[in-house]
Design a protein around this ligand. Structure first.
Ligand SMILES: Nc1ncnc2c1ncn2[C@@H]1O[C@H](COP(=O)(O)OP(=O)(O)OP(=O)(O)O)[C@@H](O)[C@H]1O
Length: 324
């Protein structure tokens, strides 16, 4: 796949004027973005996601390091490299609040220098895609937050750049609008072949729409991996087994020896064992323990791991994953 963005050894320090406090927002981060992918920048509050986005789109300059867009440094050849990118930053929707939806779109599309016929057709397509057609004559300041966000993304789409940077695109949206925005982003990838970078601290959003995630914590990249690989890597084979009679002391002793992380609960005539297996075949050791007293199994449930649990594991065990 073609590399479209290269981020190398980026560092950024903020100095607070009043307090003279120095904040190392980025401590040397590296990652690549490939053409046509949807990359999620994930990290807790203050991790450095917005700073990274602003450095990529040239709104900030790094103290060290370089961002290359299509092989061109965004510092050395600023205009040339930045014409490949459009960005929608959180809380800063680049819209004219006293213009209507359609006027905003026509205004921003006007910079492209294409025939009005082509532009009007594309505006109509985008208004339909973003479900804004019935609001086309509404002033922006009368729109809901979700509609403003959709319009900001639609306007960024009109710039017709290869890369779209979206900082927290679903922040503050209700569940329904958040799902709608996610759907639109997936469509942008499949129908328009754009490359998208999304920053978010919402793991659901990243898992739902991104192929790969770069996880940033305290200004460092602590993981750069495909999401499906991460899920496989962290899959804990956790089973909850319900049995029709309590275990004997001998069985509990064996359980303790062979499954140090076991949990055992009794509830009247029923009992429940929870164990985590490194390999699924280790379940046979449990069957052997149950067999010691001919204990019958009522049911076995496998607990599926969720992406937010994977994320917390990575953040907690950061030192173990420092690979960059
Ligand atoms: N203009 C600024 N002046 C001083 N410090 C800043 C400035 N912008 C960001 N920071 C600090 O830099 C660090 C990284 O901030 P950044 O906004 O990049 O993180 P983030 O991952 O986007 O966080 P969030 O999810 O909360 O938006 C934080 O400690 C933040 O307080």
């Amino acid at each position: 796949m073609k590399k479209i963005i290269e981020v190398r050894n980026l560092t950024k320090v903020y100095k607070k004027r009043k307090t003279k406090e120095v904040i190392e927002a980025l401590k040397g981060i590296d990652f690549d973005v490939f053409k046509g992918e949807i990359l999620g920048l994930l990290g807790p509050n203050g991790a450095g996601k917005t700073t990274t986005i602003k450095l990529i789109c040239g709104l900030l300059q790094p103290d060290n390091g370089i961002v290359k867009i299509n092989g061109i440094s965004n510092k050395q050849y600023r205009l040339e490299s930045l014409q490949h990118i459009s960005a929608v930053l959180e809380g800063n929707r680049n819209l004219y609040w006293r213009f209507s939806v359609r006027e905003n779109m026509e205004y921003f599309a006007g910079n492209r220098g294409e025939s009005p016929k082509k532009i009007f057709k594309e505006i109509d397509n985008l208004l339909t895609m973003f479900s804004l057609k019935d609001k086309e004559n509404e002033l922006v300041n009368r729109l809901s937050r979700g509609m403003q966000q959709k319009l900001a993304i639609a306007v960024a789409m009109l710039a017709d750049t290869e890369v779209l940077l979206l900082d927290e695109p679903t922040l503050g949206l209700d569940v329904e609008t958040s799902l709608e925005v996610r759907g639109i982003l997936k469509k942008i990838i499949s129908e328009y072949g754009r490359t998208i970078i999304i920053s978010s601290h919402d793991m659901d959003v990243i898992q739902d729409i991104c192929d790969r995630t770069v996880i940033i914590n305290q200004g460092k990249v602590i993981m750069d991996e495909r999401i499906d690989h991460l899920m496989d890597l962290f899959e804990v084979r956790s089973y909850k087994i319900s049995i029709g009679q309590p275990l004997t002391l001998k069985q509990i002793k064996s359980l303790k020896e062979q499954f140090p992380l076991y949990k055992y609960d009794e509830d009247g005539n029923y009992a429940y064992i929870t164990i985590e297996l490194e390999k699924s075949e280790h379940i046979y050791q449990l069957f052997a323990i149950l067999q010691l007293n001919q204990t019958q199994i009522d049911s076995i449930d496998r607990k599926a791991i969720r992406f937010d649990e994977v994320f917390m594991e990575i953040i907690k065990g950061e030192h173990e994953y420092e690979m960059a």
